[in-house]
Write a protein that binds this ligand. Structure first.
Ligand SMILES: *Cc1c(COP(=O)(O)O)cnc(C)c1O
Length: 235
């Protein structure tokens, strides 16, 4: 067994255990394999171990990788999720190549993604990234501004609003990790009560996935636990 397939199995086991502890069905927690900084060979290894959904942060790196994977496995249907910060000059390739975008945090970006989504493709699935831990992190919408952005996105014809995404500040204790995830879950339930048909809470990474699953994550985004320590620093 390759290291990646071994790691993937360990992560799947961990998801199952965390779901069981939370009295949730494990199949309601989807694993997004975050392959940023890793090559097409690593993606293909994960594919051979059954993984189909991949998360990427850098548009150029991702599009090149998609082409390389496609060249090796032309028949394979993979799901590609953009999870990194979005500059407005990158919206066109993102809209053309991805199935999901988790990191929508302003109306202008949402509008460009909708306008630039190719007409022959299904609506782009999007999550609003919420800035939950406050001042330090630059990305994400303040919780109070989420309903207005959700209303705007709901009117955009080529986007489908699926839910919320968050990257809380790192905390070492599980009890502390759960606090921001619980706040996101509460915001999610408020939006649903307002009539938004949301089904996705994208939260939890290698070091805090158990806490996220305990608070209702439906997608966990896991890189290091699957592929290992990233080979070069993030840009
Ligand atoms: C890199 C990254 C991840 C994966 O983080 P790990 O700690 O390696 O699991 C998840 N989400 C986002 C937005 C990332 O940038």
């Amino acid at each position: 067994m390759s290291a990646i397939s071994h790691n993937l199995q360990a992560v799947r086991d961990k998801i199952c255990a965390a779901a069981n502890t939370a009295a949730r069905a494990p199949e309601n927690v989807n694993l997004l394999a975050v392959s940023k900084t890793w090559g097409a060979d690593a993606v293909l290894e994960a594919v051979r171990a059954g993984q189909r959904a991949f998360g990427e942060n850098y548009e150029q790196e991702a599009v090149a990788k998609m082409a390389a994977v496609k060249a090796e496995q032309p028949e394979l249907a993979l799901e590609w999720h953009f999870i990194g910060p979005i500059q407005s000059n990158k919206t066109r390739p993102i809209a053309a190549h991805f199935d999901w975008v988790h990191s929508v945090d302003r109306e202008k970006i949402a509008r460009r993604l909708s306008d630039q989504r190719p007409a022959n493709m299904p609506a782009l699935n999007v999550c609003i990234q919420v800035n939950i831990s406050g001042e330090d992190s630059k990305s994400g919408v303040q919780p109070k501004d989420v309903p207005a952005l959700a209303r705007a996105i709901a009117t955009m014809p080529h986007l489908k609003l699926r839910g919320l995404m968050a990257i809380p500040e790192p905390a070492s204790e599980p009890e502390k990790q759960r606090i921001p995830f619980a706040q996101i879950k509460q915001l999610f339930e408020q939006l649903r009560a307002q009539g938004f048909e949301l089904d996705t809470l994208s939260m939890g990474m290698t070091d805090d996935m158990n806490a996220a699953i305990a608070e209702g994550a439906t997608i966990v985004r896991v890189g290091t636990a699957i592929f290992g320590q990233r080979q070069y620093d993030e840009k």
